[in-house]
Design a protein around this ligand. Sequence first.
Ligand code: FMN
Length: 165
Amino acid sequence: MKTLIVYYSLGGTTRRLARQLAEKLNADVSEIKCPRYGAGTLNYLRAGFDGARKFTPQIEMPKAPAGYDAVLIGGPVWVSTICAPLRSYLSSRPSFPEKIGLFLTSGGGAPQTNAVAHASELAPVPFAATLVLKDSTVKANGAKAEIDRFVQEIGAAFIRPGVSG
Ligand SMILES: Cc1cc2nc3c(=O)[nH]c(=O)nc-3n(C[C@H](O)[C@H](O)[C@H](O)COP(=O)(O)O)c2cc1C
């Protein structure tokens, strides 16, 4: 299974999770960059404001998903929904394979129903698996069972009866 992980991260937490997942899945990783947001309180306020008005900022597109069997898309939750750069990415309608997964990090932890629902609305196919982790858990290298469950659900989408490998 050739897997691409595409993520946006402002503070580094989602990046950390993306790297953990990449190691487990032997996946390629590509970051969405968005010059509109940086460090500092004003930037955080802007990020929050943009989240609330569902703004789609300009992004530097990550690697195209062509040739991959699965794509995992990740980012932080901003104001109870997906962060603005992820909204821009999904709205650009990349030509995803049939199997896509969603992983989010947040201050408040799961379930982040609104964020998952918003991402699902923008995605062209249903997510085969979703993972929502609290930022403190990611920083502590926790939730190993949750991460394994997510990886297995993505992998299971490829296992067909009577076919091994
Ligand atoms: C502008 C902004 C808005 C946020 N809004 C929420 C929120 O509504 N709910 C929540 O649980 N966490 C919220 N957070 C916390 C982040 O989702 C969390 O810290 C995340 O892990 C950050 O990921 P990153 O380090 O990859 O950017 C917000 C963070 C920022 C910067």
